[in-house]
Design a protein around this ligand. Sequence first.
Ligand SMILES: O=C([C@@H]1CCCNC1)N1CCCCC1
Length: 331
Amino acid sequence: DRGSVQNLPKSYDVEYLMPVSLGTPAQQLNLDLDTGSSDFWVFSTLLKESMINGQTLYDPNTSTTSDKMEGYTWKITYGDESYSSGDVYIDTVTIGDLTVSTQAVEAAKVVSEEFTADSDNDGLVGLGFGIINTVQPYKQKTFFEKAMPGLDSPVFTADLKAGAPGRYNFGYIDDDAYLGNITYVPVDSSDGFWRWVSPGFQVGSTGSFNSTRIHGIADTGTTLLLLPDGVCEAFYSQIASAEYEPSQGGYTFECDDSTVPDFYFGTDNGQMIRIPGSYMSYSKTDTSSQRCFGGMQSDSGVGFTIWGDVALKAAFVVFDQGNEQLGWAEK
Ligand SMILES: O=C([C@@H]1CCCNC1)N1CCCCC1
């Protein structure tokens, strides 16, 4: 079996949403595929009005295939302090023609203001590893873990693009979606994330390669590229107008600064992925100024190095759960 679904970036590529069908008759919601968490949760009719702001709601009571998991609850808090919680239903879920008939759908009763404010986002499909699923009294499998046994190959792939629709595929690798070879690196899933080690980085096409092992996670649900301070300093030292502005929340530079270099990160045996300098200028720090917030920021506040969308949209990425490895290719 296999599946394929288009993903759509929101403005500034802050997040990527995909259509998902839940229940019978199908209720279509736009969800955020998040490899940095492992709960499948949705905005639902169980929410108080004050927590809803335009989102599409899953209504378990109108689905003829939903079954409430009596006594089961969930509560998740994300690295940015946002949170959500609620009850659990079993129902059928289809993503890109791939159906899981008994998915644990976590119906939200409470969401934090960050989720309420994001009116396009109807919930998350966590595709980390199931060991960090928050459902009590017994944790539940992710959508991918439920689908995996029936797939042609135990993989899903992420093809995120800058300011354009991309695609998530399940169960197969589309050889037309990337250039050259896919380099595979081992994954340590013990803390539930897609955690891997990059051998190093290079700033600019003429820069030298810095051999320094960078332990980090591949997280489709994080917008930015959060790297160790030393790497950030090496990168921003090459940008004439770059400043570290704690008041703005990190590194900024003049949006029209022509000295912004490309950033390369190593995957394995000499292969590197090139992130174009253009991916590194984010939203304007405020309407008046001409300064942009950097797409690469320090990981020191988060406590994790995170290869977020800024890095992922430069590559074709294979999340190979069957072999616990990540595949990286240029595109
Ligand atoms: O909460 C998160 C992220 C938030 C953005 C969406 N993906 C999950 N974590 C990943 C980094 C370590 C801490 C947990």
